[in-house]
Design a protein around this ligand. Structure first.
Ligand code: SF4
Length: 236
């Protein structure tokens, strides 16, 4: 692999410390660029490719390393998006640097692509947060633009690699909040032994203003928000 200072990525933003993207306290890097168009997306400003801050893996490692003392044993770095799988060389190099400094590395992804480069990246992840967005093929395609089969292929590879995986799904009232849908989601935990947790996340509309400012329509603007108490984690 090339020198990690020669491997660049496009970064949307950097959160020095957060507690909602993986276990413990974590730095979060939001990558720029995503091929999906999820109807519930909170970050439409991450969609466009080759925008944002162009940074080398070494530069981003230095930023993360400054917060290492806050991570303690559970926390670390999460790379999210946008879609981190679209910049696999950069994320791989960054994870290699972090893991050599004993920083736990989590990947938050839609699982939209699988190839040898992605398998290489997965080898350098401690944890994968897989956003498994719907439990039926029709809604998957309709509300994300992605085939559900692709998420299943990705999950199959995670299982083969015995990669610790947390499944996450945003629960949207009247769309995927039925007992049938949630039971189907929990069934994944029985089918794939790599799944250690399934997290149900409440749909919120904090992004409405962002869509307005960008002059684009938020498809779920008229949907009801999900009450917080609906959501929970199931551990496997
Ligand atoms: S995968 Fe994530 S960033 Fe991309 S459109 Fe969906 S929710 Fe938004």
């Amino acid at each position: 692999m090339a020198n990690k200072n020669d491997i660049y990525g496009y970064i949307h933003s950097f959160q020095s410390l957060g507690t909602v993207d993986g276990p413990g306290v974590r730095s979060v890097i939001f990558m720029q660029g995503c091929p999906l168009r999820c109807a519930c997306c909170h970050n439409p400003d991450t969609w466009e490719f080759c925008r944002g801050e162009r940074q080398s893996a070494g530069e981003m490692f230095d930023r993360v390393y400054r917060f290492k003392e806050y991570f303690k044993s559970e926390g670390g770095l999460t790379v999210s998006g946008g879609e981190p799988l679209m910049q696999p060389e950069f994320v791989t190099a960054l994870f290699e640097l972090c893991r050599s400094a004993d920083i736990n590395c989590a990947l938050d992804t839609s699982g939209c692509i699988m190839n040898d480069g992605i398998k290489e990246l997965l080898c350098h992840c401690d944890l994968v947060l897989l956003d498994y967005k719907y439990t039926n093929a029709r809604d998957y395609k309709k509300y994300t633009g992605m085939e559900m089969e692709q998420a299943d292929i990705f999950l199959g590879v995670l299982d083969d690699m015995k990669k610790v995986t947390f499944i996450r799904q945003v629960i949207i009232p009247t769309v995927n909040d039925s007992k049938e849908s949630i039971d189907k989601l929990f069934d994944l935990g029985k089918k794939y032994s790599c799944i250690k947790k399934i997290e149900l996340l409440p749909f919120k509309k904090l992004c409405v203003e962002k869509y307005r400012n960008m002059g684009i329509i938020f498809p779920f603007e008229n949907m009801e928000e999900c009450p917080d108490n609906f959501c929970f984690d199931k551990i496997f």
